[in-house]
Write a protein that binds this ligand. Structure first.
Ligand code: HEM
Length: 501
């Protein structure tokens, strides 16, 4: 590999990280392939766990081991607390007026604090417990009706998506938004989220080669603008609906709270940093929540069920655990979850092998810095290959690619490892100050949905599919979809009273 020497703050000369040679103009963009997280894992085996790429005129570094991820996200987190400019943020996320792409600063902090306070703190999360449980119960009822009609199979990821979307929507805008007679068709809304993730994950050439920007060679920007208009109409609908309600009728949902704040004068002492939210900020935040928090969680449940169906003994062990704690005359509640140790291990193992955002979300260096002996220049984009890191045999051993939840059980090899950003070998939610804002909600709803489904139903495959033949292929977007949706036939396994509504 070529090593350019650059002078560093101290005057010492540091090499740039090694990396593959790229094409003229486009750099390494044409080499990414259909699944960039796989390609980048292979490049790390060749060039090492900290390597460099060039996309057009943009410099990138990729972190592909727990140790390197820790160097960036712990030691250098402050320097990488911004996200690089990108067309998705501009054309979909209201020109950076949202939380996910907000410049690191007062408005980002205020938006993040607002969600933490009203949705994701332990207290807010518990206050919204009945909303999640209610939606889980509705999912069960819906599946029950499917179980009585013969075997076309149910797309279980779609069912979980309805549950995840409506639970979040009730917390954010005070009502359900998908499914029977409430507005968007469930399939259509999920389709919009998947499209957004595909576009956001597309590595738009125009973002990296300014000269080609106007051409929009992949048509990504045109699609983004179109998709944005569809979302914007939905967000406008939420707001106008709220504004027609009289003051007293306004709920405690996030939208009501934000609208009220927007109308009130700022209180200098309210810890708001002089930040006044606009209607655009409100729409952009709602868009963030309803996209970042829906397909990520439902896809995780779908991957978990697919792994469990492929590992019948593990599924039986899980069902035994839930039966022991919950019994067979009612559904799972969130109060049961802390006692479900094996379930927790199953969820961690699912996040390990199938992290929802395989390349996390990009960060950008605010200043020059030195990482693990290499020079990383200001403006360099950081990608963290969380997918490769959580499959790295150096961290996970020879059975790294096997689905084996027991590794997380007491006495197991990874007993103390959690997904919350402190253990860099398992960071599906990222780490550091820009880590996932919705971690607590995401974990809770994924765990509740998975527990509820395996407890309430036996799930058998349809159309002659057998567990060993089940297709586990990934479809890449910013989020990791199953290439082939999981189709199952649900069969109730609890006492009839458990399903009574
Ligand atoms: C399976 C569930 C989820 C996974 C695996 C996941 C993963 C991630 C990751 C990897 C990041 C980037 C972190 C970084 O830059 O270090 C992120 C950011 C974010 N996520 Fe999640 N997420 C999930 C669920 C949710 C939910 C339920 C919500 C909200 C309802 C949410 C909202 C956000 C937001 C707002 C950000 C941007 C944070 C910021 O820039 O400050 N996510 N998520």
């Amino acid at each position: 590999a070529v090593c350019y020497l650059r002078s560093h703050g101290s005057g010492a000369k540091l090499p740039l990280p090694p990396g593959p040679r790229g094409w003229p103009v486009l750099g390494n963009l044409p080499q990414l392939g259909a699944k960039p997280h796989h390609t980048m894992a292979a490049l790390a085996r060749q060039h090492g766990p900290l390597f460099r790429l060039r996309f057009g005129s943009a410099e990138l570094v990729v972190a592909a081991s727990a140790k390197v991820a820790g160097s960036f996200l712990r030691a250098h987190d402050a320097n990488f607390s911004d996200r690089p400019p990108n067309s998705g943020a501009e054309h979909v996320a209201y020109n950076y007026q949202d939380l996910v792409f907000a410049p690191y600063g007062a408005r980002w902090r205020a938006l993040r604090m607002l969600c933490a306070l009203h949705l994701f703190s332990a207290r807010a999360l518990d206050a919204l417990r009945s909303v999640r449980q209610d939606e889980a119960r509705l999912m069960v009822t819906h599946l029950l009706s499917a179980s009585s009609s013969p075997a076309q199979g149910v797309a279980i990821g779609q069912e979980a998506n309805v549950c995840a979307t409506n639970a979040l929507a009730r917390a954010a805008v005070g009502r359900r938004v998908v499914g029977d007679g409430v507005g968007e068709s469930a399939r259509e809304f999920k389709g919009m989220v998947v499209e957004l993730m595909q576009l956001a994950g597309a590595f738009n050439i125009g973002d990296f080669v300014p000269a080609l920007r106007w051409l929009d060679p992949q048509g990504v920007v045109a699609k983004m603008k179109h998709l944005h208009r569809r979302y914007d109409r939905i967000m406008d609908g939420f707001i106008s609906e709220r504004e027609h309600l009289a003051g007293e009728e306004e709920g405690k949902d996030l939208l009501s709270i934000m609208l009220a704040k927007m109308r009130q004068p700022l209180h200098a002492d309210a810890g708001e940093d002089g930040i006044k939210f606009t209607e655009t900020n409100i729409k952009a935040l709602l868009l963030n929540l309803l996209t970042a928090g829906t397909d990520t969680t439902s896809s995780t449940v779908e991957w978990a069920l697919a792994e469990l169906i492929r590992h019948p003994d593990t599924l039986k062990q899980l069902q035994r655990e839930v039966d022991d704690v919950v019994g067979t005359s009612r559904l799972v509640t969130e109060a049961d979850l802390p006692r479900l140790t094996f379930l927790t291990a199953v969820i961690k193992e699912t996040f390990r092998l199938h992290p929802s955002t395989p390349l996390s979300l990009p960060r950008v260096a605010a200043e020059d810095c030195e990482v693990d002996g290499y020079h990383v220049a200001k403006g360099t984009t950081l990608l963290v290959n969380v997918w490769a890191i959580s499959r790295d045999p150096a961290s996970w051993g020879a059975d790294a690619l096997e689905f084996r939840p027991a590794r997380f059980l007491p006495g197991g090899s990874h007993e103390t490892v959690d997904v919350k950003g402190g253990d860099y070998e398992l960071i599906p939610f990222g780490a550091g100050r820009r880590m996932c804002a919705g971690l607590s909600w995401g974990l809770r709803i994924v765990t509740l949905m998975t527990a509820t489904l395996v407890h309430a139903f036996d799930l058998s495959l349809v159309n002659g599919m057998t567990p060993d033949k089940l297709d586990m292929e990934e479809a890449y977007g910013l989020t990791l979809q199953r290439a082939v949706p999981l189709l199952v036939q649900p069969m109730p396994r609890l006492l009839p009273s458990a399903y009574a509504t």
